[in-house]
Design a protein around this ligand. Structure first.
Ligand code: GLN
Length: 190
């Protein structure tokens, strides 16, 4: 059945997520207010700049609706989206949403010039998959809390993880042609 997958479109890389969702055969909806959030079965919080994104979440009074959404429905956060969903504040203007128990370090690989593409090793549905990881001023996951399962590695670093309803990646799955991760999120998370 077709699902409605929202993309939080306050700032950042939302167009490519919309295209990936449509390629998976589902409806994509840009979410900028509570009205549209209510229509969604699942939500993606894209990459971008987490400071700006959190400021806009507060300004548009989306914190509480997003927290409530995350209690019953699935959310995927990529890069800045992961930072917004994590537990530690790390120079953010307000607390992150803390919907997944991971501690992160922002810009952990350095500055914009230290952005890179490299293979990440995923383990999805019991299968090992090589995926092209696009890392843009990416954070690192420093600690995984209880109920958080690692799903992807770059060397020894965990770069993708999930709990029951929340899936996070430090890289940008929407910038590669393969929709493996979007499909996994839509079919298997939540
Ligand atoms: N460096 C950004 C931040 O700290 C994240 C970058 C990204 O989403 N590509 O919010």
């Amino acid at each position: 059945m077709k699902q409605i997958i929202g993309v939080l479109s306050l700032q950042g890389d939302f167009l490519k997520h919309k295209q990936a969702i449509e390629q998976c055969g589902h409806h994509a909806l840009y979410v900028r207010d509570f009205e549209n959030l209510k229509k969604c079965d699942k939500l993606i919080i894209p990459g971008g700049e987490s400071t700006t994104m959190l400021l806009l979440i507060e300004k548009l009074e989306l914190r509480q609706p997003l927290l409530e959404f995350g209690q019953t429905k699935a959310i995927m956060g990529t890069c800045a989206g992961l930072i917004v969903l994590a537990t530690n504040r790390e120079h953010l203007p307000s607390d992150p949403l803390k919907l997944i128990d991971v501690k992160i370090k922002r810009n952990a690989y350095g500055r914009q010039v230290d952005s890179f593409i490299d293979t990440v090793k995923l383990k999805l549905n019991g299968k090992d998959i090589d995926f092209e990881g696009v890392f843009i001023r990416a954070p690192k996951i420093m600690e995984l809390g209880q109920n958080v399962i690692p799903l992807g590695y770059h060397g020894k670093d965990v770069v993708m993880a999930r709990n029951e309803r929340i899936l996070v990646a430090t890289f940008h799955p929407e910038l590669t042609n393969a929709v493996t991760i979007h499909r996994y999120f839509i079919d298997k998370v939540g």
